[in-house]
Write a protein that binds this ligand. Structure first.
Ligand code: ADP
Ligand code: MG
Length: 322
């Protein structure tokens, strides 16, 4: 199968362009043609997935197609955007039809759920490499940024943290879990659900936001740096699954604070807006939890049950590293 047949069979879908929609022209010409809504700005983000680094060879093609788009949608969610179009660049070692069928199925299922049109891309032979660029819209001036957190703002997080990292530790052979628990954390790692509806509901409400892709401590650090504030949070307040909650303390701490691949939103909002934030969570059917507050003292302080500041460089952090 040649490049063009492959694109036609797996990626070009009839009816992707609807008149009056953002994507005036999709796959098939030299460029896609997009029409922005009046009074809106484009949000554009791109993310690359490399085998061994961002996904394991054990993942099913369908889940890989889901995750490749999910990580991009998560960036858009963190900016408060409405997803519109995406572009897929694929390097494939060979034409593997079972892979392409599963991959495109997973990608389109998530794209359809969020109203995103695959509007173009590039296909080439090479080591497996997946890059997606996503475009979304936001009313002018309303994008959520990392830079707006203020002293005394509340600190919030959506969903639960740490399950994806727990799954990785199982794959690495550092932890073992019974079958059902493993399937559950593996689901979190391979099928993350981007918090797009929550991000939109937080427009004009959150003072800053980021999605957790590299671990809470690191990603929250970006908000602190860009906003010029510090934060404190209580370890016990971090939302976790009952599976992670049953693990040893040091493993929980590792997964919650440095886990990564969570694709939850971390955001700040004025303490006066607590009930509005809870309402945004309800409206978007996304659980949100208040985990701390912003302070003038720079840096992140994580407190244990006794209110003592934890040393995040503790030895116990390291023995799960591979
Ligand atoms: P060109 O040579 O002009 O760059 P290509 O031959 O690379 O065009 O692609 C032909 C069309 O197919 C273009 O519209 C391009 O956006 C689209 N396309 C190529 N690969 C993909 C892909 N993996 N997913 C979606 N669209 C693709
Ligand atoms: Mg091309």
């Amino acid at each position: 199968m040649g490049e063009f047949d492959l694109i036609a069979r797996y990626f070009a879908r009839a009816g992707a362009e609807v008149s009056g929609s953002t994507v005036a022209l999709g796959i098939g010409d030299d460029c896609a043609v997009l029409t922005p809504a009046p009074g809106h700005q484009w949000l554009v983000s791109t993310d690359m997935l490399v085998e061994g680094r961002h996904f394991l060879s054990t993942v099913s093609p369908r889940r890989l197609g889901h995750k490749a788009l999910a990580v991009n949608l998560s960036d858009l969610a963190a900016s408060g955007g409405t997803p519109r179009a995406c572009f897929l660049s694929l390097a494939l070692p060979r034409v593997d039809e079972a892979f392409l069928a599963g991959f495109s199925e997973g990608l389109f299922a998530l794209a359809d759920a969020h109203g995103v049109v695959l509007a173009g891309g590039d296909t080439t032979a090479g080591p497996l490499n997946i890059n997606i660029t996503i475009m979304g819209e936001v009313p002018t001036g309303q994008a959520l940024l990392r830079s707006g957190a203020r002293v005394d703002d509340d600190l919030w997080v959506s969903g639960t943290l740490g399950d994806a990292r727990l799954a990785l530790e199982v794959f690495r052979g550092h932890v073992s879990l019974p079958g059902e628990a493993f399937e559950s954390v593996r689901h979190a790692m391979e099928l993350p659900q981007p918090r797009v509806a929550l991000g939109r509901a937080l427009r004009g409400l959150a003072t800053s936001a980021i999605d957790v892709s590299d671990g809470l401590a690191g990603d929250l650090g970006h908000i602190l740096n860009r906003s010029g504030v510090g934060a404190q949070l209580h370890l016990a307040d971090l939302p976790r699954s009952s599976i992670l909650g049953a693990m040893p303390e040091d493993l929980q701490r590792l997964c919650l604070l440095t886990g990564g691949d969570d694709y939850e939103l971390v955001f700040t909002a004025s303490a006066q807006d607590r009930s509005r934030v809870l309402e945004a969570g309800r409206m978007s059917a996304t659980p949100v939890y208040r985990i701390g507050r912003m302070e003038s003292q720079p840096g992140l302080r994580v407190l244990d049950g006794q209110g003592r500041v934890l040393d995040l460089s503790l030895q116990s952090f390291d023995h799960f590293k591979s």
